[in-house]
Design a protein around this ligand. Structure first.
Ligand code: ZN
Length: 373
């Protein structure tokens, strides 16, 4: 099944290219965070890429040149969408029935085919706290048992509700699945697969799909709480939680390892290459990744690079921003771990998990214990 007909003839006279406005609307709809993003590999798995996803990357996904998945949460425990992923053999008709039942209850969504079943997307007009987004949908699902039982097992993303966790990545619609070479269709209001003449038409159809009011959903979530009258229970650390717990005792060691062994210049080259760090005196100067360094100052003079990195014998690597417009201009010089954490917009806990994944040698528990210690 492909949502684009093989013949290009129907595209005659239609504008083909994606415009910046469409790509921006696509980004607003799907990007909880742009960094990192995940790229599908030939074996169908996804690998995080620790750089910011650009409009060009989103266009490449839509044109079928690469296949992207984006994090289901931002760095603060909010999400712009929910994606219910069902792998049941007859998922599509069931998801379409569920879509209609949810629409009757104020949760209008969009169904997309997938390799083994389908995805039901709910989009929000503003980022919404993950527990509220999930809570409202799960509350409705619990009242729709015939539908939800028929779905068999399903996953609901985002699944992590801990702020600062990197949300499970979900493949963006309309991309080519690398295992099958197929694009999977969107379904229209009548439950029929949509056929589009151009990628642009398909993307436009999707970004025109109505989004749910985050404000209304928050109010519904408060009402659900009042009804169940139970205080919200503490969310256990999910998924990577085992790792997080294991590292609580070794937090400072991982941070110290990163500070001592990772150069901010390498981090910037990898995660924020636009900084273009250049040697300046004893240290290095480049465009700040945390504020708009290019903007002219109050006197109208053009911006200058103000992000400074230096290494000295006493303190090792450290960094700060010299611009008074910047949050990172105050206080003492900062070290590599904090740069890693800030560039990825993660909580300290999640940054520790990510650091151990990226630099296994930073993980105390994996390192051979030193003789005599
Ligand atoms: Zn700055």
């Amino acid at each position: 099944m492909i949502p684009l007909p093989p013949s290009g003839q129907q595209a005659h006279g239609l504008p083909l290219a994606l415009t910046q406005a469409i790509l921006r609307a696509w980004e607003r709809r799907f990007a909880n965070r742009l960094l990192p993003y995940a790229v599908q590999q030939a074996d169908g798995t996804y690998r995080w890429r620790y750089q910011a996803c650009t409009l060009d990357d989103l266009a490449a996904h839509l044109y079928g040149e690469t296949t992207l998945a984006l994090s289901s949460t931002d760095g603060h425990g909010h999400c712009r969408w929910l994606c219910l992923d069902s792998d049941a053999p007859d998922a599509q008709p069931r998801l379409l029935s569920l879509r209609d039942a949810l629409a009757d209850r104020g949760l209008a969504g969009l169904v997309e085919g997938s390799r083994r079943g389908g995805h039901l997307w709910l989009f929000f007009d503003r980022p919404l706290a993950v527990p509220a987004a999930r809570g409202v949908l799960l509350d409705v699902l619990s009242s729709l048992t015939p539908f939800s039982q028929g779905l068999g097992s399903y996953e609901l993303y985002p699944d992590a509700t801990q702020p600062g966790m990197l949300g499970h990545a979900v493949r963006l619609p309309l991309g080519v699945h690398l295992l099958t070479g197929l694009r999977y269709p969107l379904y229209d209001a009548a439950g029929q697969p949509c056929y589009f003449s151009t990628v642009r038409q398909a993307a436009q159809y999707l970004v025109a799909h109505p989004r749910l009011s985050a404000k209304t959903l928050r109010a519904r979530w408060r009402a659900i709480h009042a009804r169940t009258s139970a205080a919200p229970t503490a969310t256990p650390l999910l998924a990577a939680g085992g790792q997080v717990r294991r590292h609580i005792g070794t937090y400072s060691q991982v941070i110290r390892w990163v500070d001592a062994n990772v150069s901010p210049l390498d981090l910037l080259a990898d995660l924020a290459p636009d900084c273009e760090m250049k040697q300046a005196g004893q240290g290095y100067l480049g465009w700040c990744p945390f504020h708009d360094d290019h903007a002219p100052d109050t006197a109208g003079k053009p911006g200058t690079p103000s992000f400074y990195v230096v290494r000295d014998r006493l303190h090792g690597w450290s960094w700060k921003c010299f611009s008074t417009n910047c949050h990172y201009s105050w206080g003492v010089m900062r070290h590599s771990f904090e740069l890693f954490q800030r560039l990825l917009d993660l909580s300290v806990k999640s940054a520790i998990v990510e650091a151990c994944r990226r630099w296994p040698e930073a993980d105390q528990d994996q390192r051979p214990t030193q003789a005599g210690s």
